[in-house]
Design a protein around this ligand. Structure first.
Ligand code: FES
Length: 78
């Protein structure tokens, strides 16, 4: 099963160092790029991660990044 492309590009978000976040891997969440529980209907589960630093981060919207949860530019190849 392929994840849904939530957005063809990254989401710019403000993260707090050391805080845990749940990145949506299925693409169905209405609270992108974070999980809102919508994956229940899919085979996906959210990816828990801790922010390494406080500040702006670009999280993957196409859900095809090779470096989740961060955007690696993969969206521009599709
Ligand atoms: S809503 Fe997509 S992983 Fe939870």
């Amino acid at each position: 099963m392929e994840p849904k492309m939530a957005k063809k590009g990254p989401y710019a978000v403000e993260l707090e160092a050391g805080k845990e976040y749940y990145f949506c891997t299925c693409g169905e969440s209405k609270k992108q790029p974070f999980c809102d529980g919508s994956h229940m209907e899919t085979d996906f589960s959210p990816m828990a991660f801790k922010a390494e630093k406080t500040g702006k981060a670009f999280l993957c919207g196409c859900k095809k990044t090779n470096n989740p949860p961060y955007c690696d530019g993969e969206h521009s190849k599709t």
